[in-house]
Design a protein around this ligand. Structure first.
Ligand code: UDP
Length: 237
């Protein structure tokens, strides 16, 4: 039995996941746990691209709500994603996993620029590639960055690790009768405005037939369970 039906995945983690139980920033112990899950998947032969958000540090919308120029605030958000990428790189390398960070905003002293062919080579060599700074432009999110990199790296699926275990027909925190979808179509997600990823990211996945696997990354071992088809998840397809 193969470990997973997938060969190459893009794993998107929201920045908040890196906080662990903190209210802000990065919890190195929790990042180490996440890195161990990524290592286990890689050791089982999966090719892994990672995209990490920046919401644990700074979100452009939050800055704009306090009167900042939106684009300026978004660039700060993109820089936050680079910090998270470096934290994850550190944690993976401490476990002996070779990684490269590629940033959509060039930052020669700390990481590579995004170069698709080079990223391809890294994956061939068994390295984990962490894509930072989203799409490199304001007014986007790292969800869109994840969809874009999943498409250009020809990933079999986009795995979205969040704090909920899938997509519900209404907010499970407010409605005890909320139902989780096993599968749901891209069009339903868009038409009903279901909270999965932002619309541009969902549309990009739809147009490129990339399934989105939504699952909770908070429970230990869940990535492996979901990869092997044994976990609780929703597949948007
Ligand atoms: N951001 C951006 N363009 C991008 C990706 C990110 O402007 O292509 C900014 C935006 O301000 C966003 C912040 O970076 O709020 C952090 O990313 P995101 O909100 O996607 O992080 P997450 O919610 O996944 O932690």
């Amino acid at each position: 039995m193969p470990y997973s039906q997938y060969k190459r995945i893009l794993l998107k983690l929201s920045g908040e996941v890196l906080m662990g139980d903190q209210q802000f920033g990065i919890d190195p112990a929790f990042v180490a746990e996440l890195a161990a899950e990524v290592k286990a998947a890689k050791d089982n032969g999966l090719e892994i691209c990672l995209v990490i958000g920046g919401g644990n540090i700074f979100r452009g919308m939050a800055g704009a709500a306090q009167g900042m120029d939106r684009a300026q605030a978004d660039y700060m958000g993109m820089l936050a994603t680079v910090m998270n990428a470096l934290a994850m790189q550190n944690a993976l390398e401490q476990l002996g996993v070779q990684t490269r960070v590629q940033s959509a905003i060039q930052m020669d002293a700390v990481c590579e620029p995004v170069i698709r062919r080079r990223a391809e080579r890294h994956l061939e060599k068994g390295r984990v590639v962490i894509f930072a700074a989203g799409v490199g432009a304001p007014y986007f999110t790292t969800d869109s960055g994840a969809a874009l990199r999943a498409a250009e790296m020809k990933c079999d699926a986009l795995f979205k690790g969040t704090s909920v275990d899938g997509v519900y027909d209404s907010d499970p925190k407010k409605n005890p009768d909320a139902k989780r979808y096993e599968t749901v179509s891209y069009d339903r997600v868009l038409a009903s405005n279901l909270k999965v990823m932002d619309a541009s990211a969902v549309a990009l996945c739809r147009d490129n037939s990339i399934p989105i696997v939504v699952f909770s990354i908070r429970e230990k071992g869940n990535l492996a369970r979901v990869l092997s088809g044994q976990g609780v998840q929703t597949i948007v397809q």
